[in-house]
Design a protein around this ligand. Structure first.
Ligand code: GAL
Length: 331
């Protein structure tokens, strides 16, 4: 009897804390794997979680917000320990967070901030800084002239952050009268066709264009296609982001001026480490570099630095770090 009394509490602790003995189950909800970077994000994230003893279930919504909601519902009901989201739509994903929280599942917002919701951690690059880097580089080369701004979809909070970065740099130049923004619009999807259509319309008006700042390399690609059709590719400065292989080829060709290289490995590894720590009930204080206000709370966050890539430094950056292989560029 005395032994039973001693053993019983120990047994109870084991029964009440089953997750301590289990592999943490992490759910990763992705928007798309269409663009070059996202397959890298996925592979690196899965690799790191597995290295740390966890398991990952990945679902890709193919840019369909209601599909992502459905996938979230299934994942939450399957009993994952932590949910990591690359949201398709910031409003719909706030609903996903609510749903996860009802089941006490912690949520990490990956790359894109989920606004007005109770997220536990946010891992991204400093997207305002990305916008500033783009605008800074191009406006140093062309401090006066006609500018076109092609923002990403407004369902992605990154699009607003990038735009804020652009305006931080350009507003004083606009006020001085040196820079004229001839078009400042957001596309509906992160697709080259969206930017192509937008740029074609602008060029059909016969406006002189000196600079195009695009939300990413897919949009830059669409804009360059329209410029090519008007015989203007190479005469107009163009910025994108992501260091897509197509963008690097366009940089070598002289049709794109810069792209932004984001530290995808560090992004994925930080998210994986945070997910495992949260699953194991550990504190994230040592990991966070700042807090970000998402309209609901000050979210513990990691915001990483990006780099400008141009013709001069692409071998010292994306190639030497193994992000792209030299032979891929010239295929
Ligand atoms: C953004 C992301 C970019 C780009 C884009 C399209 O949210 O920050 O790097 O990939 O989505 O997928």
């Amino acid at each position: 009897m005395k032994y039973i009394k001693l053993i019983l509490p120990v047994l109870l602790v084991f029964l009440l804390l089953p997750s301590c003995n289990q592999q943490p189950e992490i759910g990763l909800l992705m928007d798309t794997i269409e663009r070059d970077r996202w397959a890298k994000d996925r592979d690196l994230f899965v690799e790191k979680v597995e290295d740390l003893g966890g398991e990952v279930t990945v679902k890709v919504a193919n840019s369909d917000a209601s599909e992502q909601f459905q996938q979230a519902l299934e994942m939450i009901n399957s009993g994952i320990d932590v949910l990591v989201i690359i949201p398709v739509d910031m409003t719909v994903s706030a609903g996903i967070v609510k749903m996860a929280k009802k089941k006490n599942i912690p949520v990490i917002s990956y790359d894109r901030l989920i606004r007005d919701s109770d997220i536990d951690f946010y891992v991204s690059t400093d997207n305002i800084e990305v916008g500033e880097l783009q605008a800074d580089f191009l406006s140093t080369v062309k401090p006066a002239g006609n500018y076109v701004l092609i923002g990403g979809p407004t369902s992605d909070y990154n699009s607003f952050q990038l735009h804020l970065g652009w305006m931080n740099v350009l507003q004083p130049m606009i006020d001085k009268g040196d820079v004229k923004v001839v078009s400042d619009q957001f596309v509906e999807h992160w697709e080259p066709e969206d930017a192509y259509n937008m740029m074609s319309k602008i060029l059909e008006k016969g406006e002189t264009i000196d600079v195009v700042i695009a939300g990413n390399d897919a949009l830059a690609k669409g804009a360059i296609q329209a410029l090519e059709e008007h015989g203007m590719a190479g005469d107009v400065l163009v910025a994108g982001q992501d260091a897509d292989i197509g963008a690097i080829r366009n940089i070598i060709l002289g049709h794109q001026t810069i792209t932004i290289y984001k530290p995808i490995q560090s992004l994925a590894y930080n998210a994986a480490e945070a997910a495992i720590k949260i699953a194991k009930g550990k504190n994230l204080e040592g990991m966070m570099s700042c807090t970000v206000n998402n309209g609901y709370s000050l979210v513990p966050s990691v915001l990483l630095k990006s780099q400008v890539v141009n013709k001069q430094n692409l071998r010292m950056t994306v190639v030497s770090e193994g992000f792209v292989e030299e032979k891929e560029i010239f295929e």
